[in-house]
Unconditional design. Structure first.
Length: 157
Protein backbone atom coordinates (compact mmCIF):
# COMPACT_ATOMS: atom_id res chain seq x y z
CA UNK A 1 0.00 0.00 0.00
CA UNK A 2 2.88 2.36 0.82
CA UNK A 3 4.44 1.86 -2.60
CA UNK A 4 1.12 2.44 -4.39
CA UNK A 5 0.33 5.66 -2.51
CA UNK A 6 3.83 7.07 -2.90
CA UNK A 7 3.88 6.25 -6.63
CA UNK A 8 0.52 7.98 -7.02
CA UNK A 9 1.98 11.02 -5.28
CA UNK A 10 5.00 10.84 -7.64
CA UNK A 11 7.74 10.41 -5.04
CA UNK A 12 11.19 9.46 -6.33
CA UNK A 13 11.83 5.71 -6.54
CA UNK A 14 14.60 5.86 -3.93
CA UNK A 15 12.24 7.50 -1.41
CA UNK A 16 9.55 4.93 -2.18
CA UNK A 17 12.00 2.07 -1.61
CA UNK A 18 13.30 3.48 1.67
CA UNK A 19 9.91 4.39 3.13
CA UNK A 20 8.38 1.07 2.07
CA UNK A 21 11.23 -0.80 3.76
CA UNK A 22 10.77 1.22 6.95
CA UNK A 23 7.04 0.50 6.98
CA UNK A 24 7.74 -3.18 6.36
CA UNK A 25 10.19 -3.45 9.27
CA UNK A 26 8.77 -1.12 11.89
CA UNK A 27 6.36 -3.54 13.57
CA UNK A 28 9.07 -6.12 14.28
CA UNK A 29 9.97 -4.33 17.47
CA UNK A 30 6.70 -5.35 19.09
CA UNK A 31 7.92 -8.95 19.31
CA UNK A 32 11.03 -7.78 21.18
CA UNK A 33 9.15 -8.04 24.48
CA UNK A 34 8.91 -11.80 23.89
CA UNK A 35 12.69 -12.00 24.23
CA UNK A 36 15.04 -11.74 21.29
CA UNK A 37 18.23 -13.73 21.04
CA UNK A 38 21.44 -12.06 19.89
CA UNK A 39 20.84 -13.62 16.46
CA UNK A 40 17.42 -11.94 16.26
CA UNK A 41 19.02 -8.59 17.09
CA UNK A 42 21.68 -9.22 14.42
CA UNK A 43 18.94 -9.93 11.84
CA UNK A 44 17.06 -6.77 12.82
CA UNK A 45 20.24 -4.73 12.25
CA UNK A 46 21.16 -6.54 9.03
CA UNK A 47 17.65 -6.21 7.59
CA UNK A 48 17.46 -2.50 8.47
CA UNK A 49 20.90 -1.81 6.98
CA UNK A 50 21.56 1.90 6.56
CA UNK A 51 17.97 2.61 7.66
CA UNK A 52 18.61 1.42 11.24
CA UNK A 53 18.60 4.85 12.89
CA UNK A 54 15.50 5.92 10.95
CA UNK A 55 13.80 2.60 11.76
CA UNK A 56 14.45 3.04 15.47
CA UNK A 57 13.17 6.62 15.33
CA UNK A 58 10.02 5.52 13.48
CA UNK A 59 9.47 2.69 15.93
CA UNK A 60 9.72 5.07 18.88
CA UNK A 61 7.31 7.49 17.22
CA UNK A 62 4.87 4.68 16.48
CA UNK A 63 4.78 3.50 20.10
CA UNK A 64 2.00 5.83 21.13
CA UNK A 65 -0.57 5.24 23.83
CA UNK A 66 -2.52 7.23 26.38
CA UNK A 67 -1.51 4.72 29.02
CA UNK A 68 1.57 6.31 30.64
CA UNK A 69 2.83 3.05 32.14
CA UNK A 70 2.63 1.29 28.76
CA UNK A 71 4.37 4.20 27.03
CA UNK A 72 7.21 4.03 29.58
CA UNK A 73 7.49 0.25 29.15
CA UNK A 74 7.72 0.60 25.36
CA UNK A 75 10.34 3.33 25.70
CA UNK A 76 12.40 1.19 28.10
CA UNK A 77 12.23 -1.77 25.70
CA UNK A 78 13.41 0.41 22.82
CA UNK A 79 16.24 1.76 25.01
CA UNK A 80 17.20 -1.84 25.84
CA UNK A 81 17.15 -2.87 22.18
CA UNK A 82 19.33 0.08 21.17
CA UNK A 83 21.77 -0.75 24.00
CA UNK A 84 21.97 -4.39 22.83
CA UNK A 85 22.59 -3.24 19.26
CA UNK A 86 25.40 -0.96 20.43
CA UNK A 87 26.92 -3.78 22.49
CA UNK A 88 26.77 -6.26 19.62
CA UNK A 89 28.17 -3.69 17.19
CA UNK A 90 31.11 -3.22 19.49
CA UNK A 91 31.65 -6.96 19.72
CA UNK A 92 31.27 -7.84 16.07
CA UNK A 93 31.18 -4.77 13.86
CA UNK A 94 27.67 -5.87 12.94
CA UNK A 95 27.33 -3.84 9.78
CA UNK A 96 30.12 -5.83 8.13
CA UNK A 97 28.93 -9.36 8.93
CA UNK A 98 29.93 -11.80 6.25
CA UNK A 99 30.22 -15.58 6.20
CA UNK A 100 33.38 -16.91 7.84
CA UNK A 101 34.62 -18.15 4.43
CA UNK A 102 34.40 -16.45 1.05
CA UNK A 103 33.18 -18.02 -2.19
CA UNK A 104 36.68 -18.90 -3.34
CA UNK A 105 37.42 -20.75 -0.09
CA UNK A 106 34.09 -22.62 -0.33
CA UNK A 107 34.77 -23.70 -3.93
CA UNK A 108 38.30 -24.75 -3.10
CA UNK A 109 37.33 -26.65 0.05
CA UNK A 110 34.36 -28.47 -1.50
CA UNK A 111 35.91 -28.85 -4.95
CA UNK A 112 32.93 -27.31 -6.72
CA UNK A 113 32.72 -24.79 -9.56
CA UNK A 114 31.08 -21.35 -9.36
CA UNK A 115 27.30 -21.49 -9.34
CA UNK A 116 24.17 -21.58 -7.20
CA UNK A 117 25.57 -24.25 -4.92
CA UNK A 118 28.29 -21.85 -3.77
CA UNK A 119 25.57 -19.28 -3.01
CA UNK A 120 23.66 -21.84 -0.94
CA UNK A 121 26.82 -22.73 0.97
CA UNK A 122 27.55 -19.05 1.66
CA UNK A 123 23.95 -18.47 2.78
CA UNK A 124 24.32 -21.41 5.18
CA UNK A 125 27.57 -20.00 6.58
CA UNK A 126 26.00 -16.55 6.96
CA UNK A 127 23.07 -18.03 8.90
CA UNK A 128 25.54 -19.81 11.19
CA UNK A 129 27.40 -16.54 11.69
CA UNK A 130 24.18 -14.74 12.58
CA UNK A 131 23.06 -17.51 14.93
CA UNK A 132 26.35 -18.29 16.66
CA UNK A 133 28.74 -15.43 15.98
CA UNK A 134 32.13 -15.74 14.27
CA UNK A 135 33.94 -19.05 13.75
CA UNK A 136 37.57 -19.76 12.93
CA UNK A 137 38.31 -20.80 9.34
CA UNK A 138 38.89 -24.38 10.50
CA UNK A 139 35.60 -24.51 12.39
CA UNK A 140 33.76 -22.95 9.45
CA UNK A 141 35.18 -25.63 7.15
CA UNK A 142 34.11 -28.36 9.58
CA UNK A 143 30.58 -26.93 9.69
CA UNK A 144 30.58 -26.58 5.91
CA UNK A 145 31.56 -30.24 5.60
CA UNK A 146 28.60 -31.23 7.80
CA UNK A 147 26.26 -29.17 5.63
CA UNK A 148 27.78 -30.58 2.44
CA UNK A 149 27.18 -34.19 3.57
CA UNK A 150 23.44 -33.44 3.62
CA UNK A 151 23.38 -32.02 0.09
CA UNK A 152 22.24 -34.24 -2.81
CA UNK A 153 25.07 -32.83 -4.95
CA UNK A 154 27.69 -34.22 -2.54
CA UNK A 155 26.68 -37.80 -3.37
CA UNK A 156 27.07 -37.27 -7.11
CA UNK A 157 30.68 -36.10 -6.83
Amino acid sequence: MTRDRMRALRYPTEDIDRVSRLVELHLRFHTYGMGWTDSAVRRYVRDAGDLLDQLNELTRADCTTRNAARAQALSRRMDELEARIAELKQQEQLAAIRPDLDGTAVMSHLGIPPGPLVGRALAYLLELRLEEGPHSAEEAKRLLDQWWEGQPESRSR
